[in-house]
Ligand binder design. Structure first.
Ligand SMILES: Nc1ncnc2c1ncn2[C@@H]1O[C@H](COP(=O)(O)OP(=O)(O)OP(=O)(O)O)[C@@H](O)[C@H]1O
Ligand SMILES: [Mg+2]
Length: 373
């Protein structure tokens, strides 16, 4: 893709595909500057690093903003345009799974030469990656929290540039996490090494794009079941799908019904059982659409199910998988009573977008591409 990010952005505004938003425009300018710095920067390699000792990698960015604010859209514009050979855009959950697997493999192969598998893993990643973009950076997992400091330190030291988006400011990351004290050096590190750019305001552009609700049925009951069944039949030409077993990290994960690259689950199968991010990633890799039936209104004590549901929606959304669902309430009511409703707000916003007619009709991938071309 050629042309600057600002040009692409202004073009989409002038064609009426985007509403003009000064904060987004300013971020587009910042991203253009970063792309230009990349054009000047050649990674240290052998002799060159001796001849040009001052060659420093550009500073990365921490892009913060509320849900539906346009962070992913701008990150995608940047990522597609920046001329860096070894660039990678990856969902943070998926990246951390990879890191944990690499650490495990290093420890097992006793290749732990410098005594720190985290650092070895980070160097391996850095050797392959000059630019690493994380969309939706958030830290909930103590296993992630405890290694992020060393991981990022080693990535920065190796000259990998990090650009990430997040709903929260660095100081609010892992806010209620266990052993947070041990996480604070990581916050200091990213405050020091990344430039913070906030998209202030709270316009949720995702909500503005909603067309209809014909793939989300509530309340639960015979009516919702019948409409889900009708939709299923229309999409798959069958009354019942076949069970399918996915192999996830050496375990079996059972999809109760599958047909025509569409999976059908009960909420309980997906979010009220011992199911985790790796299973959701496997589902997102295999299917084009997912049916989730009988989502209850969750009680405050069901935070684990709510968290799983958030991870499920994040994963499906990131992979642009279509969703149909039946639920006891509209999205806003699914975890209305929960403590961490702040974190759940994005799930609600995404769910609203995913159940809109336009998301289903065009597929978000093409919808996004259409906005930007
Ligand atoms: N200025 C704008 N005018 C119209 N639509 C917009 C504008 N900015 C973004 N959008 C659209 O709004 C939707 C949400 O944007 P995006 O996914 O980039 O938000 P986000 O900040 O990444 O949200 P989240 O934190 O939930 O991931 C997308 O469909 C995007 O194309
Ligand atoms: Mg986003």
């Amino acid at each position: 893709m050629s042309g600057s990010i600002v040009e692409a952005y202004d073009g989409a505004v002038s064609r009426g595909r985007l509403r003009s938003d000064p904060a987004q425009h300013e971020l587009a300018e910042i991203l253009d500057r970063l792309a230009a710095e990349f054009a000047q920067y050649a990674p240290p390699a052998g002799l060159l690093s001796i001849l040009k000792p001052k060659l420093r990698p550009p500073r990365g960015l921490y892009i913060q903003g509320a849900v539906g604010r346009g962070k992913t859209m701008l990150l995608d514009l940047f990522f597609n345009r920046v001329a860096v050979k070894h660039k990678r855009r990856v969902h943070f959950h998926a990246f951390m799974q990879e890191v944990h697997a690499a650490i495990f493999a290093i420890r097992r192969s006793l290749d732990d030469r410098n005594g720190d598998a985290v650092i070895t893993a980070a160097r391996d990643i850095a050797a392959r990656t000059r630019l690493l973009c994380f969309d939706e950076f958030q830290v909930n997992d103590i296993a992630d929290a405890m290694i992020l400091g060393r991981l990022f330190e080693a990535l920065f030291a190796a000259g990998t540039v990090i650009v990430l988006t997040s709903n929260v400011l660095p100081r609010d990351l892992y806010r209620h996490g266990l052993n947070r004290q041990a996480f604070l050096p990581f916050i200091r590190l990213i405050e020091e090494r990344l430039d913070l750019v906030a998209l202030p305001g709270s316009t949720d552009y995702r909500l503005e794009r909603i067309g209809g609700e014909q793939v989300y049925f509530c309340p639960l009951g015979a009516g919702a079941d019948a409409r889900m069944q009708w939709l299923w039949k229309r999409l798959t030409d069958t009354d019942r799908g076949e069970p399918l077993t996915l192999s996830v990290k050496g375990r079996d994960f059972i999809v109760p019904q599958a047909a025509r690259r569409i999976a059908r689950f009960d909420f309980a199968d997906l979010c009220q059982a011992a199911v985790g991010p790796a299973d959701y990633l496997a589902v997102a890799a295999v299917f084009d659409a997912v049916f989730v039936e009988r989502i209850p209104a969750l009680q405050p004590a069901e935070a684990n199910a709510a968290r799983r549901f958030t991870t499920l929606i994040d994963t499906l959304y990131d992979r642009q998988i279509r969703l149909a669902a039946s639920a006891d309430t509209p999205p806003e009511g699914i975890f209305a009573a929960g403590l961490d409703t702040f974190e759940f707000a994005r799930t609600v916003s995404r769910l609203r977008e995913m159940i809109s007619a336009s998301y289903w009709a065009a597929g978000p991938d093409r919808a996004r591409a259409a906005i930007l071309t």
